[in-house]
Write a protein that binds this ligand. Structure first.
Ligand SMILES: Cc1cc2nc3c(=O)[nH]c(=O)nc-3n(C[C@H](O)[C@H](O)[C@H](O)COP(=O)(O)OP(=O)(O)OC[C@H]3O[C@@H](n4cnc5c(N)ncnc54)[C@H](O)[C@@H]3O)c2cc1C
Ligand code: FES
Length: 285
């Protein structure tokens, strides 16, 4: 992990207040693993002191990449404007500088998800909104390992379903869902997921999920019902992202009053059966 001041090379607007921020940082790009994240610090804004956590969406050679320099030089972040910090991110221009603490977290442990995926029939990616950002790198790594994959992607409206074209080379099928019915299934993404799981008796599937808590909880409940394993990537609010403030802690299976683990250091990816879901996740008073 490295704390660096890096240069913006592009900040490309997409639909629905989404952007892809690209920064040049060869060391951080080459160290990044699927499922890891970064903390972005906006320089010169005293009212936005805390860094903002963002999944590492992609790492790539950059526009000037050539055969002599094929290693990743650039990190991409797919983000949605939801408040002051992300609104300021949207104003960044090529040549601007930001602070970048990365890569952070364990991401998808290769020994867990690659081994599990290779031994099974198919990997199902389940993304809710901006959760898609955590899944592109694992999808590429799984595709390189020859694993069959499928994407289930839901959002509030069609403009939330960004990044489908980037994902499609790695999956055989994509099922879309929107809550307003503007694209794909009308309703939650867990409906097409449930139908698919129902139609796959005897298959060994691995689910990789990232999105809002309610979507994760519904996905985990389906995985349990159909006896499939599931890895969840959590996006709890964060303070330090270094394991110090405990602000990102979640309740996990353990003795007595339960145990807690930090999403920033022990996560952000967990086996779903390790996490405590439902009312039980809240500390007893
Ligand atoms: C590990 C991790 C990876 C993430 N990856 C991405 C990503 O790839 N792309 C992306 O757009 N966002 C991602 N997020 C969420 C992102 O960090 C927040 O949207 C961002 O910090 C909001 O900053 P803000 O100043 O614009 O909004 P604020 O003014 O801080 O908040 C605006 C609104 O957003 C809500 N909000 C803020 N943070 C979160 C959060 N973590 N989860 C749910 N709601 C939140 C607040 O409750 C509030 O309603 C990630 C978060 C984590 C922890
Ligand atoms: S954000 Fe501070 S311990 Fe995780």
């Amino acid at each position: 992990m490295l704390d660096a001041i890096v240069t913006v090379v592009e900040n490309r607007p997409l639909s629905g207040g989404h952007f892809v921020l690209s920064v040049r940082s060869p060391c951080q790009a080459q160290a990044a693993r699927p499922g890891q994240f970064a903390m972005i610090r906006l320089l010169g804004h005293a009212d936005v002191l805390l860094r903002r956590p963002m999944s590492i969406y992609d790492v790539r050679p950059g526009r000037n990449g050539n055969q002599a320099q094929p290693e990743p030089q650039v990190l991409d972040f797919l983000y949605k404007v939801v408040g002051r910090g992300t609104a300021l991110m949207a104003t960044l221009k090529p040549g601007d500088r930001v602070g970048l603490l990365a890569p952070l977290g364990h991401g998808f442990f290769a020994e867990d998800y690659l081994a599990e995926a290779r031994g099974g029939d198919e990997v199902l990616h389940v993304a809710g909104g901006i959760g898609i950002a955590a899944l592109l790198l694992p999808a590429r790594e799984l595709a390189a390992a020859g694993v069959k994959q499928r994407l289930f992607f839901g959002g509030r409206t069609h403009a939330d379903l960004v990044g489908v074209d980037e994902f499609s080379p790695y999956v055989s099928e994509t099922a879309l869902a929107t809550e307003d019915g503007s694209l794909g299934h009308h309703g939650y993404v867990t409906a097409p997921l449930s139908s698919y799981l129902e139609a796959q008796p005897g298959k060994r599937l691995l689910i990789l999920a990232c999105g809002p808590w309610a979507m994760l909880e519904a996905t985990v409940s389906l995985a349990r019902r159909y006896g499939q394993r599931c890895l969840v990537s959590m996006e709890n609010r964060m303070g330090c992202a270094l394991g110090v403030c405990l602000g990102c802690s979640i309740r996990v299976q353990g003795e007595g009053h339960g145990s807690y683990e930090r999403v920033c250091t022990e996560g952000p990816v967990f086996w779903s059966e390790h996490v405590v879901w439902g009312e039980e996740r809240l500390p007893k008073t």
